[in-house]
Design a protein around this ligand. Structure first.
Ligand code: A2P
Length: 335
């Protein structure tokens, strides 16, 4: 989020649905990080969490059980408690006069619901009818770096492979990665419960349902959501989504084919100026060894890593290279 995008700095009333979950807790942290004052903050979760306390900016807030009456007098609500809760309660919140920002996939492809990345299509918000959908996490990461390039040199084809962290599957999944890792290191057997397969010291194809072509739901979401956000209904996009044993922050390998020739330097220059994007692309040229390297002071290349992206707003991009399999200078690889 850029400084210019931190409006409004104060909100009269805000409900966070799923406040005890992985995304809900991040929302609370971001309120504090960006000094967004909320006169009336309502933290909502399941009856299991009712009465527990969550710290927001040094103030302890009691979690309440979500109910139909939760949204009376509330201006905005962020929903992040899964699709079933959004489907049932977002319309109730809208009826109560609340504007809902929904993190689930339930409303994303609904033609009457804007699907918005503020850095890309903020004007689409104007058409909202109470609900504004937040895209899939993998969709956002790719779109943030592809959009600024697409505006300058239209994309003809996009190939994306993901390396998705446990955090995308929620707080319980992160806990499973931690305990399984400890179990494996201690020689104990592991029994997956949140994920269908062992996540520690392993990786697997994203465990969402497959369509008739064999693509899982996550892969299809990336294709359809990107087309909707870009207003490019026919853009050729193909994806492979993989879950990896990383705690937070997804990574993606992206191959782009452009309409016109483009160089890695041109890509870096465009992305340097892109809102919400940081270029981390410090390579080493293996062919030119310096005196320092001869002396054993060789610095490794520095490209984006999940541990550097965690708990930061910007999407990191680097390892930007010409795709040498294309002789026309129109294809680029990046991470
Ligand atoms: P709770 O902690 O009480 O179960 P995550 O995405 O990390 O798995 O978190 C899911 C969030 O959704 C949690 O805050 C969880 O609350 C909340 N949640 C789950 N079921 C319900 C429900 N029936 N009503 C309200 N919130 C729910």
């Amino acid at each position: 989020m850029n400084d210019s995008m931190q409006q409004p700095r104060s909100i009269k009333s805000l409900a966070i649905v799923g406040a005890t979950g992985a995304v809900g807790r991040e929302a609370c942290r971001i309120l504090q990080q960006h000094h967004i004052a909320v006169d009336h903050l309502k933290l909502l979760a399941s009856p299991r969490s009712a009465g527990t306390a969550v710290d927001v900016g040094g103030h302890s807030h009691k979690v309440e059980a979500l109910s139909e009456a939760s949204f009376n007098g509330i201006q905005y609500a962020i929903f992040s408690a899964g699709g079933a809760i959004s489907r049932e309660y977002a319309p109730i919140a809208v009826k109560a006069g609340c504007i809902v920002v929904d993190n689930s996939s339930v409303f994303r492809m609904d033609p009457d619901t804007p699907l918005v990345i503020p850095e890309i299509n903020p004007d689409d918000i104007a058409d909202h009818q109470g609900i504004i959908a937040n895209p899939n996490c993998s969709t956002i990461i790719a779109a943030m770096v592809v959009w600024p390039l697409h505006r300058v040199n239209p994309i003809k084809r996009m190939i994306i492979s993901t390396y998705q962290s446990a955090s995308g599957a929620g707080a319980a999944a992160m806990e499973e990665l931690k305990t399984q890792s400890a179990d494996v290191l201690s020689g104990r057997d592991v029994t997956p419960s949140v994920f269908p397969h062992p996540i520690a010291f392993n990786l697997f194809v994203h465990d969402s349902p497959l369509d008739e072509h064999g693509y899982n739901n996550e892969e299809s979401k990336m294709v359809h959501e990107t087309r909707k956000i870009f207003h490019a209904p026919d853009m050729p996009i193909t994806t492979t989504c993989i879950r990896v044993p990383v705690m937070r922050a997804h990574s993606e390998s992206i191959n782009l084919e452009f309409t016109n020739p483009i160089t890695p330097d041109e890509v870096r220059k465009i992305l340097h100026e892109a809102p919400g994007v940081s270029v981390v692309d410090i390579g080493t040229n293996q062919h030119k060894s310096t005196d320092a390297e001869h002396a054993g002071n060789h610095q490794p290349a520095r490209f984006p890593m999940p541990i550097d992206a965690s708990e930061h707003d910007d999407c990191l991009v680097g390892h930007i290279r010409q795709d040498m399999s294309r002789s026309n200078g129109r294809a680029i690889n990046m991470f």
